[in-house]
Design a protein around this ligand. Structure first.
Ligand code: ZN
Length: 282
């Protein structure tokens, strides 16, 4: 599940690798990948690839007067390859073939086709629905006044922070890390936070997310691997000791994700009801 730090390092590494390369051709083997049809994807042929950048959790490939907006969704990866994909490779969703046999390849793991791309004119990016609805980026964290306004909603923090319309870049992994760092309950109502708690959370955005990017800068070479070495403290660590206080990290299982937290520091010592367990026990 690539979120802000993972998408950011992907953009940086790809940009370093592809900037200045000429595009030979482009196609989308994923039948439902392209959400735009005019101009066709192969209109990229002959253009120079200028770079790759991040917008929220999405990637933008800039190519001489056109751009490709890409959402990796939960299982997509955009990678640079030295050779071209076999046409039998069923994970291929979009192939941007570069001079010298290289290829910028959007792949997706699993059977679902959810990752998508749009070929747009540069001036259409800001108006695109997926971009226009984004809240401010989580890195750098919005200034205190703006952050307070964003949080002034009667919704649980865990849900609100993952809402890209409120703040852009945070998903199911990093939200656990942010709340743990700020010592806040995932079920705390955002609009009830006092100024001190808000500031802890705001600082956590910079500390945790920017810290993850710095971590990736140190440990990732030219190629971003399929599975990134995520520097997680609590997410996916249910049953382990909290790195700060030693209490056992608890988890709540939802249909397709897990929320992890330290009961000692985040929920006043209470272990919250795990809906999966309570369903099984009914
Ligand atoms: Zn703890």
């Amino acid at each position: 599940m690539p979120e802000l730090p993972e998408v950011e390092i992907t953009a940086r590494r790809l940009s370093r690798g592809v900037a200045g390369a000429e595009i030979e051709s482009a196609l989308a083997p994923g039948m439902v990948t392209m959400k735009t049809f005019d101009p066709p994807l192969d209109a990229l042929a002959g253009r120079t690839l200028e770079g790759v950048r991040r917008v929220g959790k999405m990637l933008v490939v800039d190519a001489g007067g056109l751009l490709v907006l890409i959402h990796l969704m939960s299982a997509g990866r955009l990678q640079l390859w030295d050779t071209r994909a076999s046409l039998r490779d069923r994970s291929s969703r979009m192939l941007i073939r570069l001079e010298g046999g290289r290829e910028l390849r959007l792949r997706e793991f699993g059977t679902q086709q959810r990752a998508w791309g749009k070929l747009l004119a540069p001036d259409a990016l800001e108006a695109d629905e997926a971009v226009a609805t984004l809240g401010p980026d989580a890195v750098p964290a919005p200034p205190p006044g703006e952050f307070a306004r964003l949080l002034d909603q009667p919704r649980h923090l865990h849900q609100l922070l993952r809402d890209q319309r409120t703040i852009a870049g945070i998903g199911r992994s990093w939200v656990d890390e942010l709340l743990w760092t700020a010592r806040l309950s995932p079920f705390q109502r955002a609009s009830d936070l006092d100024a001190d708690a808000r500031e802890r959370l705001r600082k956590a955005c910079d500390e945790v997310l920017a810290g993850a990017i710095e971590h990736y800068e140190r440990v990732i070479g030219d190629t971003v691997p399929d599975k990134l070495p995520m520097p997680l403290q609590v997410h996916r660590r249910a049953g382990e000791a909290c790195p700060r206080c030693g209490t056992t990290i608890e988890a709540i299982h939802f249909k397709d994700y897990v929320m992890c937290y330290c009961p000692q520091e985040q929920t006043g010592g209470r272990v919250l009801k795990d809906r999966r367990l309570s369903r099984l026990l009914k």
